[in-house]
Design a protein around this ligand. Structure first.
Ligand code: SF4
Length: 129
């Protein structure tokens, strides 16, 4: 192998190695962006702040517990409430009256106890007509 050919191969290998280093750098930048986006999504899932002067219905209240109200659908006992469907929420329930749009509202069944989360649900959910 003559030296020109050897130099050409060396330079080719160096260029190829550089490409892998650059690709790794770009990949890690994209991975960091993905992590940031995932964090932002998790934050967006958090409940909206309560309307001024309002409190959420207390989980310890006998009626709240009896109807199985949960402000976060993840907490619903899906075995006990097999009728639950993901598109059912307080904000589209017939007993919901908005206080802060779809975020918070009053529930006829829980009158005077506080507001319910628009994304919440209970076993008495009934489709708004
Ligand atoms: S009755 Fe409707 S508005 Fe009231 S807690 Fe249950 S799902 Fe929410």
């Amino acid at each position: 192998m003559n030296s020109n050919r050897r130099d050409f191969l060396k330079q080719g290998l160096l260029a190829l190695g550089s490409l892998f280093v650059i690709k790794g750098g770009i990949s890690s930048v994209f991975a960091a962006d993905k992590k940031a986006a995932a964090k932002k999504g998790a934050a967006a899932d958090k409940a909206a702040p309560l309307p001024a002067g309002q409190t959420e219905v207390p989980a310890t209240d006998a009626v709240v517990a009896a109807i199985g109200y949960k402000s976060n659908p993840k907490d619903i006992d899906k075995k006990k409430y097999a009728q639950y469907k993901a598109d059912q929420k307080c904000s589209n329930c017939a007993l919901y009256t908005a206080v802060d749009g779809k975020n918070w509202g009053n529930c006829t069944m829980l009158a005077g106890k506080g507001v319910v989360n628009g994304n919440g649900w209970c076993g008495s959910w009934s489709k708004k007509s």
